[in-house]
Every structure is written in C-alpha cells, then in structure tokens.
Design a protein around this ligand. Sequence first.
Ligand code: ATP
Length: 234
Amino acid sequence: MSLLELNRVQAYYGGIEALKGISLTVGEGEIVTLIGSNGAGKSTTLKSICGQVKTSGEIRFKGEAISSWLPHQIAASGIAHVPEGRRIFPKLTVKENLEVGAFSVKDKALVKERIEQAFAYFPRLKERYRQAGGTMSGGEQQMLAIARGLMMKPDILLLDEPSMGLAPVLVDQIFEIIQELNASGMTILLVEQNAYHALQIADRGYVIQTGEITMQGKASSLIADEQVKESYLA
Ligand code: ATP
C-alpha cells in the first residue's frame, strides 16, 4: 500500500478545471517529484492533497480517504505542506515561526524539544532564532519554511518549489537538505521547475502538463528521456 495515493483527482477554481484527473502514488521512504512548466497544475496538486482546493476523485493517505477532511485535520494526520514562496511570518521571530508550525502540539516541552531538533538540522536557524523571519535571506527563509513543516513530525513532506529564487549555491544546499531528510526516513513529494535537480535526487517522477500526467517512471529513466530532456532539462 502506498502512503499517499491520488486516483483520478480533478480540481477546480470556479468553473476552471485545473487538474483533469491526476493519479499518482508516493510510497513510504520515497522521494517522488512532480515536474512541469508554469501553470501545469503542480501547486494545485499539493493544495488538493492539503484540502485547500475543491476536488473530486480519491485521495488516500495511510489508506484513509481524506479528500473531505478539513485542512487542519489533514495536517494533523501527518501531511506537512511547505508552500511556494516560503510564506513564513515575516514579523515573527525564527523561534516563533517554528512554534506556529507546532500549532496543535499542546505539550510545551515537546515543542521545545522539536525546536532543538530543528536547530540541530539547521544550525543557521539557531544562530538567528531571535531574528524576524522577514529579515532573513531567501535561503534562510526556505530553511525556516522546511523546519516549520517538520514541527508536527509529519509522515510526508510536500515541498512546493523549494529552490525557487535561490542562488545556485543555496539551491544545492536545499537539495542536500532534502536528501538528508529523506535519508533519515522522511517521505517527500517534491514539486519543482528545476527538473534536473529534482530528478537527480528523486526515486520516481511524474510529468504534469495542463492538468494531466503525461509521463511517469523512475527518475533515472526520465532524466535520460529525450522528450523530457528537450522540454524540461534544456
Ligand atoms: P507554477 O510553477 O507557475 O507555480 P503550477 O504548475 O504550480 O505552476 P498551478 O499554480 O497549480 O500551476 O496552476 C494550475 C492552473 O490553475 C493555472 O492555469 C492557474 O492559472 C490556475 N490557477 C491556480 N490558482 C488559481 C486560483 N486561485 N484561481 C484561479 N485559477 C487558478
């Protein structure tokens, strides 16, 4: 059984059908990437999983149908979403941003422990824990956004364009962090326009085009595919 499974998922914005029946799976321990051009429906796929857009079709997580659940119930069930554009709280400090990430954890000692774990993973955040999130660099904000996502101890991390807008050296760092997280057991669904990097670290990949999955397979096969190379790796 897959940890996460989408079967013929359609998503709508008003009358516009942004996803036209997407099916995909993510197995425990995998990095699966969803690649595609602007407006293809990558972010909408993640928002559908998180209950942020209206969908039809089936979304199963740990075997349970979750598509009628509310976003906070989905989050509490073990799905963490790190949205595009980082969306940290600019006026809150690094530490406060992390605390917000653990919103439903009532045990203060546990929240503290998880913040320490986040600092161990991201030493840069520890150095800056009293700094306002909005004054951090782009790369630091992305680290904070990922660390915040981890505060609920999720079973799967949905990452939306983590490399967007970052200098090449930081892009490399972010991809390394994603690999490390995966090596420590985290399952990851990674949405990326940086298809080459994403396929390099992923186990499997899906190509999405105007709301439909047009190709899927092992990341190593997709990266060598002529059509993928021409459209997404040029
Ligand atoms: P990008 O890489 O540019 O973020 P994407 O693959 O993530 O693209 P989506 O953001 O999922 O694409 O958008 C899919 C389609 O749905 C696009 O045609 C987009 O214009 C449309 N769309 C997205 N959000 C909304 C919205 N809130 N209202 C109406 N249409 C939307």
